[in-house]
Design a protein around this ligand. Structure first.
Ligand code: SAH
Ligand code: F3S
Length: 487
C-alpha cells in the first residue's frame, strides 16, 4: 500500500515514433519528448497531444538530449506534485546547455493554474498550454519557432477531443484508457481540478464506441473509461451537463447516461474487459451497479473515493453525501455484486479535523474493509474554497501520524481481502513480465488485484485461469491451470 497510488504514477511517457503516421508534406521529422505526471487523464491527454503533433511531423523520442520539443504534462493536485515538476524543469535546464535548440512547453493543470506567470517563474519554459487548448498546439509551436513565447489556457465548454485518435504511448498493447468526460462540476472544497480542468462535459458516445472498437481490432483486451466523475456522464447532443434541463424533449429522450454508456460499450465489445474511474459516491446510481452485474466483461471493481468518514468533514469538503449514505451505497454494491472490490482515496488532516473525526475515518474503513486505497495528507491548494475560507490548521506531524494510521489500517484490510482469493481459480489478463521475476507474468483479476504466476507457454494479452496459492497485502501469487473461456 502506498501514499502514491496508481493515480500518482510518474512515468516517462515517451516512446520511439515508429507507430506514428506522419504527414510527409509538413514533415521535417522533429523530435518530441513528452513526459506526464499525475492522474490517468494526463496520461491519456498526452496520447492526444502526440496524435496532434504527429500530424505536424513530430516523432516521439525517449532521449531528452535529442529532443527538439520537450513537453511536460503537469499535475497540481497537491503541492508536492508541483514541486516534482519544477525539479524536473531544472533538469531540462541542464540539458538545454548541450541542446540549445530545444524548446520546452508545459501542459496540463499547472499550466492552467499558473498561466503566463509560468513564463516569468521558470525561464526555461517557452510555451504554456492548458488542458483544453491542445488543438492550438500547431499555432503555438509556430510562435515559439519564430522566437516568441506562447500561451493558450482558454478553457472550453465543448472540447472533448472526441475526434482525435490517440497515439498509444508506452503501451503494453493490452490495456488502454478511453476518456469519456472532461472537467468536473463538483467543487469539493479541497480540490483544484474544477479550476484547472473547467466545466464538466461528456464525449459523444459514438466516438467512444468507435475508439473502443478500434482498440479491440488492434488487439487490446481491456479498457478503462476515464473521467474525473464518470457517473456524471451525460450525452444529449453536446453541451454542458448543467444545461441539460434546457435541452429539447427529443434530446432528453435520446440522452445517454453512464449506465447506458457502459451497457453500450459492453454489448458492442462483449470480450473486451471494461473498467472505469473515478466514481463519486454522490453521483453513482444503482443502475450503474446493476449494469455491471449484467455484463460479465465489466470488471467487478469500483474506485469509490470517500476522503473522510466524518459527516462534519464531508460537509466541509462539500462532498454531497453522508457517511450513512455511503454505507448504503456500499451495502447495495455488496448485495448486487458480492465479490466486487472497492478502493478508496482518503485525505488526512483536512482543516479543523479533530481526533474524533479521524476516528470516524478509521471506523468507516473498518466497515468497508477496502481492497486498496490511495491516501494523502491534506495539501492546501491556492484558489480553492478551503484555502480561502479555512485555515490549514492541522500540524504537519499530526497529519502525518493520522495518515500513517490510515495507511496501516488499509494494509491490514488489503491483506484480509487478498486472503479471500487464496485457493480460488481466477481469470487473469496477462499484461507483461513481473517486475520482480523475468520468469513470471503479471496480470490482474477482475477485481483489479495484481496476480503473479510462472510464464510457462502463455503470452501477453491472453486470458488465463490462475489458481491462487499465496498472497501479500497487495499481490496474489499462483499458477496457471489453463486458458479461460474468454481467450
Ligand atoms: N475525481 C478525481 C479526483 C481527482 S483527485 C479522480 O479522478 O480521482 C484524486 C485524489 O487526490 C482525490 O480523491 C483526493 O483524495 C486527493 N486530493 C485532491 N485534492 C487534494 C488536496 N488538496 N490535498 C490532498 N489530497 C487531495
Ligand atoms: Fe476534485 Fe471532487 Fe471533482 S475531488 S475532481 S472536485 S469530484
Amino acid at each position: 500500500m502506498t501514499e502514491k497510488g496508481s493515480m500518482e504514477k510518474i512515468i516517462d511517457e515517451s516512446q520511439q515514433g515508429s507507430t506514428l503516421t506522419l504527414d510527409q508534406d509538413k514533415n521535417n521529422n522533429r523530435k518530441l519528448y513528452i513526459e506526464s505526471y499525475g492522474c490517468q487523464m494526463n496520461f491519456s491527454d498526452s496520447e492526444i497531444v502526440a496524435s496532434i503533433l504527429a500530424k505536424e511531423g513530430f516523432n516521439t523520442t525517449q532521449l531528452l538530449e535529442e529532443a527538439d520539443l520537450v513537453l511536460v504534462n503537469t499535475c497540481s493536485i497537491r503541492e508536492k506534485a508541483e514541486t516534482t515538476v519544477r525539479k524536473r524543469l531544472e533538469k531540462f535546464n541542464a540539458v538545454k546547455k548541450i541542446n540549445p535548440g530545444m524548446k520546452v512547453g508545459v501542459l496540463g493543470c499547472m499550466a492552467e493554474r499558473l498561466k503566463s506567470k509560468f513564463l516569468e517563474e521558470e525561464k526555461i519554459v517557452d510555451m504554456v498550454v492548458g488542458p483544453d487548448a491542445y488543438k492550438d498546439l500547431p499555432n503555438l509551436i509556430q510562435e515559439i519557432d519564430e522566437g516568441r513565447n506562447a500561451v493558450n489556457v482558454i478553457l472550453s465548454k465543448d472540447e472533448t477531443y472526441g475526434d482525435i485518435a490517440p497515439v498509444r504511448l508506452n503501451s503494453n498493447g493490452v490495456t488502454a484508457f478511453v476518456s469519456i468526460t472532461r472537467g468536473c462540476d463538483n467543487m469539493c472544497t479541497f480540490c483544484v481540478v474544477p479550476f484547472t480542468r473547467g466545466r464538466e462535459r461528456s464525449r459523444n458516445p459514438q466516438s467512444i464506441l468507435d475508439e473502443v472498437k478500434d482498440l479491440w481490432e488492434k488487439g487490446f483486451k481491456e479498457i478503462t473509461l476515464l473521467g474525473q466523475n464518470v457517473d456524471s456522464y451525460l450525452w444529449y447532443g453536446g453541451g454542458l451537463k448543467k444545461d441539460f434541463e434546457k435541452a429539447s424533449e427529443m434530446q432528453k429522450a435520446t440522452s445517454v447516461n453512464f449506465a447506458k454508456l457502459l451497457d453500450m460499450v459492453a454489448t458492442q465489445q462483449p470480450k473486451m474487459r471494461i473498467r472505469f474511474s473515478t466514481s463519486n459516491p454522490q453521483d453513482m446510481t444503482l443502475d450503474v451497479i446493476q449494469t455491471m452485474a449484467q455484463h460479465e466483461n465489466i470488471c467487478n471493481y469500483i474506485h469509490l473515493p470517500v476522503q473522510s468518514g466524518s459527516n462534519r468533514i464531508l460537509k466541509a469538503m462539500n462532498r454531497l453525501h453522508t457517511r450513512e449514505e455511503y454505507f448504503e451505497l456500499i451495502d447495495n454494491i455488496r448485495k448486487i455484486i458480492p465479490d466486487c472490490a472497492i478502493s478508496q482515496d482518503m485525505i488526512a488532516g483536512f482543516p479543523t479535523e479533530t481526533e474524533e473525526d479521524h476516528q470516524d475515518t478509521l471506523s468507516l474503513m473498518e466497515y468497508v474493509k477496502y481492497d486498496f486505497g490511495f491516501m494523502f495528507a491534506y495539501s492546501e491548494r491556492p484558489g480553492t474554497l478551503a484555502a480561502r475560507k479555512l485555515e490549514d490548521d492541522i500540524p504537519e506531524d499530526t497529519k502525518k501520524r493520522r495518515l500513517r494510521e490510515i495507511i496501516d489500517l488499509q494494509q491490514k484490510h488489503g491483506l484480509y481481502r487478498t486472503q479471500q482469493h487464496v485457493g480460488k481459480v481466477e481469470e487473469v489478463l496477462i499484461e507483461g513480465t513481473s517486475k520482480k521475476s523475468d520468469t513470471h507474468w503479471m496480470g490482474r483479476n477482475s477485481q483489479n488485484t495484481v496476480v503473479v504466476f510462472p510464464k510457462e507457454n502463455y503470452h501477453v494479452g491472453e486470458f488465463v485461469n490462475v489458481k491462487i496459492n499465496e498472497c501479500t497485502s497487495a499481490t496474489l501469487i499462483g499458477e496457471a491451470v489453463g486458458y479461460s473461456k474468454n481467450n
